[in-house]
Ligand binder design. Sequence first.
Ligand code: ATP
Ligand code: HMH
Length: 261
Amino acid sequence: MKHALTIAGSDSSGGAGIQADLKAFSALGVYGMSVITAVTAQNTQGVTGVQEITPDMVAAQIDAIYTDINVDGVKIGMVSSAEIIKVIAERLHTYEADKVVIDTVMVSKSGCHLLKKEAKDSLKKHLLPRAYVVTPNIYEAEVLVDSKISNIEEMKLAAKEIHQLGAKFVIVKGGHLDDETCADVLFDGDEYHLFNSKRINTQHTHGTGCTFSAALAAFLAQGYDVYESTSKAKEYITEAIRHSFAVGKGVGPTHHFYKYY
Ligand SMILES: Nc1ncnc2c1ncn2[C@@H]1O[C@H](COP(=O)(O)OP(=O)(O)OP(=O)(O)O)[C@@H](O)[C@H]1O
Ligand SMILES: Cc1ncc(CO)c(N)n1
């Protein structure tokens, strides 16, 4: 069995963050491991508290894994502060981690800042150059390139610009584009590849970005190339959204195990 690692924040309601990632890893048949960067008090209605883990403790978790266990795929989600970003970048370098998927988590669906505003430059400078694939949503891509994105052509332009920050592949996700189709744009430094699905009409989209990037890391860990992995991750997230369900009073989670229920 292949081994995948998520470096991310905990979502107490289980829909996003570490919890979504581990569910996706399990559903896709890879052994899941976690490095927790922050604990959030969160439910389907919002985030009510954030407690960062110290950079030393983040480093200690990474060391514990890499000094003992082979890691076939990694995804990075919520990273919170410049200090945490630096320590993750440094350790990834030390352990020669490859095929790293970076989901540039910035703001939760409910509007809570999960990346401190002053840490944005650190993310660009220290972490994105280490990415095999980076997966910003429309809003995150807008922040990274500092311009508005409202159609596929602008998603392509942004992907090209983000590619120059050092990631090998860029996927700008179109979940937030106001369109019938949810198109994700992959740029490989040379060509654009579009991954389309019909938009599913549901309010239960808590953790879609986390689920997509975790599935991508799981498929890369299993040896699929980036194009196959993206296509399979897109299929996975589409079905996980199609089967999403109500938990609590707000935005419910994606479903990882619908085949069994
Ligand atoms: N309503 C929908 N129907 C079908 N696919 C969707 C829908 N919403 C999002 N997606 C797909 O889900 C994946 C995640 O995209 P999205 O843009 O929602 O990520 P995100 O904003 O980072 O998520 P999060 O808010 O959890 O951080 C993409 O492949 C996107 O196309
Ligand atoms: C911990 C965590 N990571 C990522 C997201 C996605 O926005 C979230 N809501 N919570």
